[in-house]
Write a protein that binds this ligand. Structure first.
Ligand code: PLP
Length: 392
């Protein structure tokens, strides 16, 4: 059977080898601790679950089992608009400037279908979430990689983008607070990006799933707070990380009307929306738990973050704790030729701990590795003790 050439565009999975080694270790009976995946371990808050169960059982709602796209719940886009107003001071029309998505990945993967023709360019940060690049390639476009570097605070250098590339570009991706680097961006930087997008007639796509996972009073801005942003920008946001709802699949695309409509048209032809009970539950989360992200950051992630950073600093790193996200992004120590894969394999061999090699987020991630804090305190503590012993 012949598969489409499109599948050959997906970059090879560089760490298949590590995956094999993890399985082999587990088969040998080694208790491998993975710190590799960013998926909250704490359950969804009860209020949200109760709302969904009530809606599923609500015999007065004759549409509760139906296609959520044909029977949308207006409370959800209204709750999104209210959240943007209260949290960011950004006014959104829930009918034309808010689109319900099946998690943000859905919107991210599909927006290139609405804006990229063969030969068009998307400006894609690297290291970064792989879907920005792969969504572009699937739509027949080309990615121009914008390297993120520590000496620039992991922000892309917009002035370094060649003018012929800027001319062919239709989309630009940004993601702050950032996965994998945990970097944050200021509203001033967002303003520069908006001005750049206006100048070059580019749709600016900002991916903001970590906006509420933040520490010590830090409040991440929305790109829609920049002046003129709604003329050129769309922001992808999600309940996944804010409310521990990754499996529920509900998110939002907000901002520029034309982009919202164009993405909506693509999606109408790909999916049939989100289950109504989940839309109601999403509205409930946004409306009634506005401080949940702040609370889980402070009570759950912050103690874990401090423990990981202090352990690594005790054994030779010099890390500043990040202001946001549930990731620690750290340089590979001496002795591994800067190879994140070799370091990750070494940790697996000597400590039975899995970290994500930076190289898996693209070449620009080489020399770094990522630890996710979405593992129970005790497991994370044990992992850090093992790393300390192995590397001391
Ligand atoms: C987790 C994540 C997403 C996707 O989240 P959804 O569950 O699809 O909402 C998107 N972008 C980044 C950078 C992420 O880390």
């Amino acid at each position: 059977m012949k598969t489409a050439k499109r599948l050959e565009l997906i970059p090879p999975y560089l760490f298949a080898e590590i995956g094999r080694k993890i399985r082999a270790k587990r088969e040998q009976g080694v208790d491998v601790i993975s710190l590799g995946i960013g998926d909250p371990d704490v359950p969804t808050p009860d209020e949200i679950i109760d709302e969904a169960v009530r809606d599923l059982r609500d015999a007065n709602d004759p549409d509760r089992h139906r296609y959520g796209g044909d029977a949308p719940v207006p409370e959800y886009p209204q709750a999104v608009a209210d959240y943007y107003q209260q949290r960011f001071g950004v006014a959104l029309d829930p009918k034309t400037e808010v689109l319900t998505t099946i998690g943000s990945k859905d919107g991210i993967a599909h927006v290139p279908w609405a804006f990229i023709d063969a030969g068009d360019v998307a400006l894609v940060p690297q290291p970064g979430y792989p879907v920005y690049n792969i969504g572009t390639l699937f739509a027949g476009g080309e990615s121009y990689l914008m390297p993120l570097r520590p000496d620039n605070g992991w922000l892309p250098d917009l002035e370094a983008i060649p003018s012929d590339i800027a001319r062919r570009a239709r989309l630009m991706w940004l993601n702050y607070p950032n996965n994998p680097t945990a970097a944050t961006a200021t509203l001033e930087f967002f303003q520069q990006a908006v001005d750049f997008a206006r100048e070059h007639d580019i749709l600016l796509c900002h991916d903001a799933p970590y906006a509420e996972i933040a520490y010590d009073g830090y409040r991440a801005p929305s790109i829609l707070q920049a002046e003129g942003a709604k003329d050129v920008a769309i922001e992808f946001n999600s309940l996944s990380k804010h409310f521990n709802m990754t499996g529920w699949r509900i998110g939002m695309a907000v901002g520029n009307k034309e982009a919202v409509a164009a993405l909506g048209l693509v999606k109408e032809n790909c999916d049939s929306g989100v289950l109504r009970a989940i839309q109601f539950a999403g509205a409930k989360a946004l409306r009634d738990l506005p401080n949940y992200g702040e609370k889980i950051s402070r009570e759950v992630y912050k103690p874990r973050l401090d423990m990981v950073v202090s352990t690594l600093n005790k054994i030779g790193w010099d890390l500043k704790p990040p202001q946001a996200t549930f990731y620690i992004w750290a340089p590979v120590p001496d002795g591994f030729d800067g190879s994140s894969a070799r370091f990750a394999e070494h940790l697996l061999e000597t400590a039975g701990v899995v970290v994500t090699p930076g190289r898996s987020y693209g070449e620009a991630g080489e020399g770094f590795f990522r630890i996710s804090l979405t593992y129970p305190e005790a497991r994370l503590r044990e992992a850090m003790q093992r790393i300390e012993q192995a590397l001391r």
